[in-house]
Design a protein around this ligand. Structure first.
Ligand SMILES: [Zn+2]
Length: 129
């Protein structure tokens, strides 16, 4: 392998670079501990999305879950943290709950539409004749 600091070829088992003294193992454990960290944002997004799907808290919760999950996913990519799968699931579930709310809204709107249409027709006909 090559030294992280000076780039000179050193033994694979070397703990320290014999040329510049840079510790090689410490460098490796640092990158490992970084990737072991869980991204909080994606976990929160996932939790919110699950809550939105299971108990249908509110339309705003679904939107919040979607935003937090997307931020969590970008954060995971940027910081190389774990939890990307939770962020993706959070996005999927929040989109599902948004679709559910859109369905409910369209049903409500549909009922109003059916109720208002005859009235609107009468109003329009009254204006024409
Ligand atoms: Zn070195």
């Amino acid at each position: 392998m090559y030294c992280y600091k000076c780039g000179r070829e050193i033994d694979d088992t070397s703990v320290k670079c014999p040329y510049c003294g840079e510790a090689q193992v410490v460098h490796q454990t640092q990158t490992n501990s970084e990737s072991d960290k869980f991204n909080i944002m994606s976990l929160i997004g996932f939790g919110l999305a699950i809550a939105s799907v299971v108990i249908h808290v509110s339309f705003l919760t679904s939107i919040a879950a979607l935003i937090v999950s997307i931020v969590g996913l970008m954060d995971c990519n940027k910081k190389k943290e774990r939890g990307k799968i939770f962020a993706i699931l959070g996005i999927v579930f929040s989109v599902l709950s948004l679709l559910f709310f859109l369905f409910i809204f369209s049903q409500i709107f549909g009922v109003y539409h059916d109720f208002l249409n005859p009235i609107m027709d009468e109003v329009l006909q009254g204006e024409i004749y």
